[in-house]
Design a protein around this ligand. Structure first.
Ligand SMILES: [Zn+2]
Length: 200
């Protein structure tokens, strides 16, 4: 195993960003250090990063090299030192730890999205309840009626379910981008709420 492999299997892109001073939000978006970036357009994933502005991409070592102005080999050695990756480094244990922590992070992500959504649904159910003089109920009211029950059930499962049930649900939500679609949808709702508040 080369030093590159060791470093890459132990240090995620976000770990490297954290350590070497690149700030990012909870979605892993950062202002790109590779171009003059005013809005965060660099997306940090577990194993790689990608900039929607300039197209820069790479792994944790490339990111560190870019942030510190080092060559890849120098960056890898620096990381090995800073993250305590020695000769006796065992990737299997680290991998297990990482897969555990990414599972917990996924669960948290699902929980946050579902509970935010539930909050909107509950609001909608009262704010958009049909008025006697209007025949067509508001679509948001209908959505609330339809979705409150399953969403509540999933949230309960994430809180009280056993590991297998939680894993199954998280996998189901992540498959086909359901979770990201929900997160995007929530952003749109927040955006609409914000602009309607500004209009007031
Ligand atoms: Zn960029």
């Amino acid at each position: 195993m080369t030093i590159f492999d060791k470093v890459k299997s132990a240090v995620s892109v976000k770990d490297a960003a954290d350590r070497y001073g690149l700030e990012f939000d909870r979605k892993g978006m950062a202002r790109c250090p590779f171009h003059d970036d005013h809005h965060p357009s660099l997306k940090l994933n577990e194993d790689y990063y990608y900039c929607f502005g300039c197209g820069e991409h790479g792994d944790a070592i490339a990111l560190t090299a870019g942030l510190l102005g080092l060559k890849p080999g120098e960056a890898a050695r620096r990381m090995a030192e800073d993250f305590g990756i020695g000769e006796d480094f065992k990737p299997s244990v680290m991998k297990q730890l990482k897969s555990y922590s990414s599972r917990v992070a996924d669960e948290r992500r699902c929980f946050l999205a579902l509970s935010d959504y539930l909050q909107f649904l509950r609001e909608w159910k009262t704010s958009y309840a049909p008025q006697p003089d209007i025949d067509e109920p508001d679509p948001r009211f209908l959505e609330a009626c339809r979705m409150i029950e399953p969403i509540t059930y999933w949230i309960d499962l994430l809180i009280t379910g056993d590991t297998e049930q939680k894993n199954k649900l998280v996998k189901k939500l992540k498959e086909d981008g359901k979770l990201s679609a929900l997160e995007k949808y929530l952003e749109e709702i927040r955006g609409e709420n914000k602009s309607s508040e500004e209009r007031k």
